[in-house]
Design a protein around this ligand. Structure first.
Ligand SMILES: C[S@@+](CC[C@H](N)C(=O)[O-])C[C@H]1O[C@@H](n2cnc3c(N)ncnc32)[C@H](O)[C@@H]1O
Length: 220
């Protein structure tokens, strides 16, 4: 149990309650997402509030959102970026969007800022690189296949501009990164954490927020 919606902790709740609230359409989408099948994949409030603050700090406009699910993270970013900003969101499965996310995203009035690409994220990232989009993104949020985390990081380090931020969700993976024996998902998360640490071109910090939020700033 590592996400704030999975178990009640008054200290965590106090922090969430004293941080800028999420947009009401995000709150509503979170609620219905948590109630649906695989609802525990929904982004957690502490991660969304932290990333929203970082997006404001760096005045991010163009965002990569890897792992759409019902769209809670994508909608959060779309509510805070400017009118001419874009969130490119990636997933292999569009059913959670069609069944759960779409009505809320349509009602939010910011759905036009979200461009959903339904195919493997690595394919979309490579297409963006091939289309000359390297250095064009301000912020990336990694939250799809854990085994592919190292490859997502490598692609995002190309696609994000100098001074841009790559935020990696589930960087503690329910504390399984601490165990000696690691399955392939845990190994993927652990490898990304070590890749960031050993890269002298980034400044990184792994925060114990929710299920672990690894922040990686591209220095050059
Ligand atoms: C944890 S959920 C994303 C949650 C979302 N970011 C949010 O805040 O609610 C992970 C998503 O990644 C998708 N996914 C898994 N493997 C993928 C891949 N190789 N490429 C793209 N998406 C993938 C899954 O279908 C799932 O919807």
């Amino acid at each position: 149990m590592s996400k704030s919606y999975e178990s009640f902790n008054p200290r965590t709740q106090y922090c969430l309650d004293h941080s800028t609230p999420l947009n009401k359409h995000v709150d509503e989408l979170m609620e219905v997402s948590l109630a649906c099948k695989s609802g525990q994949m929904t982004g957690a409030k502490g991660v969304l509030q932290t990333c929203a603050t970082l997006i404001e700090i760096i005045q991010a406009k163009n965002i990569l959102d890897i792992g759409f699910f019902t769209g809670v993270s994508a909608l959060t970013w779309a509510t805070i970026i400017p009118e001419d900003g874009k969130v490119i969101s990636m997933d292999v499965d569009d059913a959670p969007y069609k069944i759960v996310g779409k009505p809320h995203i349509d009602a939010s009035g910011v759905g036009h800022k979200i461009d959903i690409r339904i195919q493997p994220a690595l394919k979309t990232l490579q297409e963006l690189i091939d289309a000359g989009q390297s250095g064009k993104f301000d912020f990336a949020f990694l939250d799809a296949s854990k085994t592919e985390y190292p490859s997502y990081l490598a692609s995002c380090l190309q696609l994000v501009r100098t001074g841009g931020i790559i935020a990696v969700d589930n960087a503690l993976w329910d504390d399984r990164v601490l165990e000696k024996e690691k399955d392939t998902s845990t190994a993927g998360v652990d490898t990304l954490n070590k890749m960031a640490l050993s890269n002298s071109n980034v400044q990184n910090v792994l925060l114990p927020i929710e299920d672990g939020l690894h922040l990686i700033v591209k220095k050059c």
